[in-house]
Write a protein that binds this ligand. Structure first.
Ligand SMILES: [Zn+2]
Length: 75
């Protein structure tokens, strides 16, 4: 996934820095190399008194919808 340059905080419009990326396990997220679980990705604004979290979803990256999840395989 190419990093979008010029992404800005949806609240204060501050441009994001690469070190502002946050991620955590999430079943609807994106496949990230090196992680077993899909990861929900976003930026946490580093501006003082902001801290708004802008997910990659808001930045236009398509992610899985619940209806697209593969049903668990039956034994
Ligand atoms: Zn902000």
């Amino acid at each position: 996934m190419a990093m979008e340059s010029g992404a800005k905080c949806f609240d204060c419009r501050r441009p994001f820095q690469p070190e502002a990326i946050i991620h955590y396990d999430h079943p609807w997220g994106w496949v990230v190399e090196g992680y077993r679980e899909r990861q929900w990705l976003g930026f946490r604004c580093l501006a003082p008194r902001c801290g708004y979290e802008t997910s990659f979803d808001k930045l236009g990256y398509r992610h899985l919808r619940p209806s697209e999840l593969t049903p668990p395989s039956r034994p």
